[in-house]
Design a protein around this ligand. Sequence first.
Ligand SMILES: [Mn+2]
Length: 328
Amino acid sequence: MDLSQYNRIVTHDDLDGAVSAALVSRIAGIENFYFTGPVSIQDGRTATTESDIVCDLPCPVRFGMWFDHHPGNLEDVRLRDLDPDDLSGKFSTEASCARVIFDYFRGQYDFPPFMAETVARTDRIDSFNYRTMEEWREPLPERLLADSIFVASTWQRGYHRFLSHLVLLLRNGSMEDALDDHQIGSAVAEYRERERRSLVLVEPDATFHQDDPGREVVVVDLTRHNRRPDVIRNTAFILHPEALAALLVTNQFRGGRKTNDLNFSMSLSFLMNAREHSKDVGEIMRRLNMGDGHPGAGAGRISCRSKEEMMRVKDQTIAEIIRMWKEF
Ligand SMILES: [Mn+2]
């Protein structure tokens, strides 16, 4: 297959996106990567052309090849009156986009032996296939690499350079080899340290609402802090592994100063992947007219004029979120 007309890989800025880019880079010899999220493609903020190979993202208007596994993105393609089978590339509802690419090229290209393992690990993490907190916290290579990406995504600069570096490591060696790299290793260490500090911060402020006797939604109210608390939301589930969702409430900080504006961010526990449910966190944020999101996670903001109003609005909003949670 001649792939010489393509010169850039546009991919999702998560581990599946990085592994997808590593596979394509290996086959097409492309080392020009662009990392982005699905919303940026949908909004048309990421400009693409017919010389791009697009992975693990919605199908843009202009592209050279498109590889993906998200059913919602296939729906969008059909709504545009396109036949997915006619498109250059491949869509299949596999556990990861890396799997789609691996299967697509396997007959024509000899991947090195470590690639099968890399793709299997990517399947597991991208489908969030964990049933217990112990499984989730097990320090497997894919888990540590995902943590390193998370921490790099919070850096002021160097995130894209970090991802490009990771893609080349994953193209040339196993996930274990990538973890031996100094840059990746220090990002993993940074994640561990931030998780440890986050646990200390979350612990005293994690509670359950009086209208939630089943202790389904762990509420972490960090509004008493006068400096911006650096918290990783998922640490709430380490402290309360039975909780089905976590709701984080913080003040908005501007220029390092605390304001009376409230930020709400909520996510489902991975335990919810394993069960049938109709909970939709994004819908809660939309119905309360404070923000947006998808079923698994959402966020919103409410402006308040005074501290008194902020305290009142906070209590009301938490109570409403709990009430809506039970309605779904
Ligand atoms: Mn994916």
